[in-house]
Design a protein around this ligand. Sequence first.
Ligand SMILES: NC(=O)c1ccc[n+]([C@@H]2O[C@H](COP(=O)([O-])OP(=O)(O)OC[C@H]3O[C@@H](n4cnc5c(N)ncnc54)[C@H](O)[C@@H]3O)[C@@H](O)[C@H]2O)c1
Ligand SMILES: [Zn+2]
Ligand SMILES: [Zn+2]
Length: 374
Amino acid sequence: MKTKAAILWGRDQPWSVEEIELDPPKAGEVLVRMVASGMCHSDEHLVTGDLAGATPEPPLIGGHEGAGVVMEVGDGVFSVVPGDHVVFGFVPACGRCPSCAEGHSNLCDLGGATATGWQISDGTARHHAKGQDIALGIGALGTFALHTVVHEASCIKIDNDVPLDRACLLGCGVVTGWGSAVYAAEVKPGDTVAVVGVGGIGANAVQGAKLAGARVVAAIDPVEFKREKAMEFGATHTHASIDEAIAALPDTTWGRGFDKVIMTMGVGNGDALGQAFWLGGKRSRIVVTNIHPVSEASIAIPAIFLTVYEKQLVGSLFGSGNPRKDIPKLLELYSQGLLDLDGLVTKTYSLDQINEGYDDMRNGKNIRGVLKYD
Ligand SMILES: NC(=O)c1ccc[n+]([C@@H]2O[C@H](COP(=O)([O-])OP(=O)(O)OC[C@H]3O[C@@H](n4cnc5c(N)ncnc54)[C@H](O)[C@@H]3O)[C@@H](O)[C@H]2O)c1
Ligand SMILES: [Zn+2]
Ligand SMILES: [Zn+2]
């Protein structure tokens, strides 16, 4: 079939919205009519090359935070049927590999296959444009498109009454941010928490920390609008920089340092991480959720404090959550008023407006911009 998609033809180029040819789903695959897709910063790393080597080279179709309606399923697909509403987990969850069996399906063995950009099932392309195969960006999903074909392991069925332009955010930003606080940082009642960077991920780390019972949630972002929004999501303090937050430690943590520090800046960098290491107190946990450029080979931290303060430095993918458990669970929290999804969507755009949406992200105008397709 013919459909429309946003293609990145080369590094540092704008997304090009054009007609593509989409093959039917093969065994284990699902054809989905997309309804909405969030514009996560991770797709920007594909444009800049920060993820070079870990993601497919252009040309590729971007987008990994999507939701839609199943149109057709390939042979052997049993978990969804046409008409089902689905959110894509940006990490697949096969349910059978050791990581999935251990309850860490954010690290599903199928995840590695998505790095090629071709279909997980057989390593070939379903998407074509200008006579050539087109790869899919993060997660082998291609949500910047009106239709796509993905592996069944990426599809999480949700209730049909949840608005898909909100549900799409559960495919990456919400679970990643919320889980960075609740699962990776293990925020406990009474903890003091710092969140560094208030975008689609950091706003949800603030929400997760708040719901987990943190008594102090300090949100750090150079953009004033982000700091104002952070207060709406539950922050108790805001600072314009890590330095400012360090200076305020006597006020926010009685000079002890934060129990948990969560890194959710647009682009991770070693200098900022080394600086943020000073935000943590004794037995603190510093969670690295933001993506550092693949080319950054080393970082400098005062490692002595790993020992004498028992500080912990941990990474987190998809908030250390499980798509099949956490996507429906967090949608329940939304329907009960315990999680704000509406406030995350600063602005919606049509697929044709995708470059405007990413400009707004770069300029700090959005918590999340969302592409809506109908
Ligand atoms: N680990 C994962 O599973 C996972 C999943 C999704 C996204 N990510 C990564 O998380 C990061 C955040 O993504 P996002 O979509 O929220 O990005 P975003 O661009 O929406 O937000 C980033 C925020 O960081 C702020 N910022 C920039 N420099 C800062 C600094 N020095 N100090 C404090 N704040 C600063 C920006 O003003 C912005 O508000 C990205 O690196 C993204 O690739 C990781
Ligand atoms: Zn993302
Ligand atoms: Zn698995």
